[in-house]
Design a protein. Structure first.
Length: 128
């Protein structure tokens, strides 16, 4: 008879997946921004990543509707935080890759909110 506590199963963070209308387009944006290669692709899904590290996935969703942040009519469900060394330089690079700057910036001296090509808000910060 065992008197010990059963061991917990191993659980690892492996990826975050974003719904979008065009997985290849959104994967290109994040792949270029983060220097991540494509590790899997199909018509409806693209995964970016590095061997042994968590990745980013992009999944085609029929009828996808862009979040309207900061307008609450179609709230964001989640967003990614990216660490940068220089806010202005990183913002310029991401805008050149296809990001869009929304009209609202809650604390632009500490972090910036941008929208990816599918409309997902994401933040860049020197604090991360």
């Amino acid at each position: 008879m065992s008197t010990g506590t059963p061991s917990a199963p191993a659980i690892r963070y492996s990826a975050v997946t974003f719904d979008c209308p065009e997985p290849a387009e959104l994967a290109r944006f994040y792949g270029d921004a983060l220097g991540l290669p494509v590790v899997h692709t199909s018509d409806d899904f693209v995964m970016l990543g590095q061997e042994g590290a968590p990745g980013l996935g992009f999944s085609r969703l029929a009828g996808y509707q862009r979040p309207t942040w900061p307008d609450p009519s179609r709230e964001k469900r989640a967003h990614i935080e990216l660490g940068v060394d220089d806010l202005d330089a990183a913002q310029a690079r991401l805008l050149a890759l296809g990001a869009v700057e929304p009209p609202a910036q809650p604390q632009p001296d500490r972090w910036r909110v941008l929208l990816d090509p599918a409309g997902h808000p994401f933040c860049i910060s020197t604090l991360v």
